[in-house]
Design a protein around this ligand. Structure first.
Ligand SMILES: NC(=O)c1ccc[n+]([C@@H]2O[C@H](COP(=O)([O-])OP(=O)(O)OC[C@H]3O[C@@H](n4cnc5c(N)ncnc54)[C@H](OP(=O)(O)O)[C@@H]3O)[C@@H](O)[C@H]2O)c1
Length: 292
């Protein structure tokens, strides 16, 4: 069975490696073609020059692109997936707004293809080990090819219902996660300004409901390390949540304030860093302000 992977960022390139390792035929496409050529050579898979060609060559097309705009581009631009989708399965693993996922599902289905929403919980290591949790929605029964693909990458598949329920579930998950983590970007600078060692705070919360949050995210918030999930994508996920809430007239001011914090960090050069590093962004800003 062959799988086309569109979007070779942190997640898509890990997906291509995973699929190759477990014996699928893999073809890859990326907007920056050089990245696709390099990965294809390194991993031993083939590459396509357009998303449409990639989709045509494979049984299942997995989309792992950044955001709404990227999804629209790879599906609808000339040479896009919409041109070659007849009798193909398209599995969208990107996190996008519910309205865009719904719109793209209609494009794929009007073109004679099958669209599956499968946003995932987990990051690079979970992709490489096939341990993602996939949230799945589809208007039709999943094909055997899609089932095979999902079982190669996900240890759990949660069937949520019709489109866009899986995307809504994923956005709710990320909203809670990212809002909670963003709070540390105020807690930690506050402690710092009062000269309180973070270790005392860590010790204090031991045994309380806050312990897992602080022990999981403190180091990740203040130290520089390779990103698992970028600050700019956290801003995008929260924006998608806000948009997807707005169409149902749900006001989400807490999420909006949090989104602005991730966006502010992005504008100030922290967009490519790991999302808990928004605390580091504030701590670094305080340090800069101290300098004469
Ligand atoms: N990282 C995680 O832990 C994680 C976990 C679950 C879900 N996700 C979701 O999975 C998706 C990919 O995440 P990632 O971490 O792999 O992001 P990433 O490293 O930033 O990669 C983004 C990918 O999207 C492509 N892209 C951006 N704009 C495009 C456009 N206009 N047209 C075509 N392609 C475009 C990029 O191509 P170029 O190389 O040309 O820029 C790149 O291949 C996102 O929706 C993210 O929210 C991520």
């Amino acid at each position: 069975m062959s799988v086309c992977v569109v979007g070779l960022g942190l997640m898509g390139s890990a997906l291509a490696r995973r699929l190759k390792n477990v014996g699928f035929d893999v073809v890859v496409f990326n907007r920056s073609l050089d990245k696709a050529k390099m990965l294809a050579k390194e991993v031993g898979v083939s590459f396509a020059e357009s998303p449409g060609k990639c989709c045509k060559e494979a049984d299942v097309t997995a989309l792992f692109v950044a955001d709404d705009e990227a999804l629209i581009d790879v599906v609808l631009m000339p040479g896009g997936i919409a041109e070659e989708v007849r009798n193909r399965d398209v599995v969208n693993m990107s996190t996008v707004s519910t309205a865009i996922s719904l719109r793209i599902s209609r494009v794929v289905e009007n073109g004679g293809g099958r669209y599956v929403e499968a946003p995932v919980w987990g990051s690079i290591s979970e992709v490489l080990e096939g341990k993602l949790i996939a949230m799945v929605a589809s208007s039709k029964e999943l094909s055997e090819n899609v089932k095979r693909f999902l079982s190669a990458v996900a240890q759990r598949t949660i069937i949520v219902g019709e489109i866009p329920k899986a995307m809504a579930l994923k956005l709710a998950l990320n909203q809670l996660n990212m809002v909670v983590v963003a709070i540390l970007s105020e807690t930690l600078p506050f402690l710092k300004l009062y000269g309180i060692d973070f270790k005392i705070f860590e010790e204090l919360v031991k045994g309380s409901w806050m312990e897992p949050i602080v022990s999981r995210y403190l180091k990740r918030a203040i130290e520089e390390h390779p990103p698992r999930f970028k600050v700019e994508l956290a801003a995008k996920d929260l924006q998608c949540f806000i948009e997807s809430a707005r169409i149902h007239k749900l006001n989400t001011p807490i999420t909006a304030a949090t989104m602005q914090r991730y966006l502010e960090a992005t504008i100030n050069g922290y967009g490519e860093k790991d999302y808990p590093n928004i605390a580091k962004y504030i701590l670094d800003t305080l340090e800069k302000l101290k300098k004469p």
